[in-house]
Design a protein around this ligand. Structure first.
Ligand code: MN
Length: 158
């Protein structure tokens, strides 16, 4: 996810006291308690909305967010330095590993993207898709962003 989001999540982690010593408490966050963020056009094509679910902390170097893609919307090509898990919560989408055919993912599917694997994910050409992304952090970073996925790449079946 984009740098500003990471900065926001780290600030939010500090606010929650997640890094402070002593007993910590279970937190329950209500929907809508944090602002939705429009996907940064440097990292996403089309209409994408990102809702942060949980920020990273020192003990738990991972963030989670709900990402909603309109039809044809997708991430840019990118890698994750410590991997990413996607849980599809609505609709149908595509995920493609560089050098392989794009694959379909649908509600309920769990997708593991290993560290360093160049890939993109997004909606299909005709259906929207939402996934929860749990993204692990290494050296303060959860993604390395690359080129946008061109329409030609997006529409290719192989
Ligand atoms: Mn990814």
């Amino acid at each position: 996810m984009k740098k500003t989001l990471i900065a926001a999540t780290l600030a939010s982690a500090a606010l929650c006291g997640a890094d402070s010593a002593g007993a910590q408490e279970i937190q329950i966050t209500q929907p809508g308690s944090m602002s939705s963020v429009i996907g940064n056009p440097n990292n996403f094509t089309g209409h994408v909305v990102v809702d942060l679910l949980t920020p990273p902390s020192t003990e738990t170097p991972a963030s989670s967010g709900l990402v909603t893609f309109a039809p044809r919307a997708r991430t840019a090509w990118h890698t994750h330095p410590a991997g990413q898990m996607l849980i599809v919560t609505a609709g149908k989408g595509w995920v493609q590993q560089d050098g392989q055919t794009r694959r379909e993912m649908k509600t309920g599917d769990v997708v593991w993207i290993p560290a360093g694997v160049r890939h993109w994910h997004g909606a299909t050409g005709t259906t929207g898709m939402s996934h929860i992304a749990i993204t692990y952090i290494r050296d303060g970073k959860n993604a390395d962003w690359m080129q946008l996925v061109t329409d030609q790449e997006y529409d290719a079946r192989q």
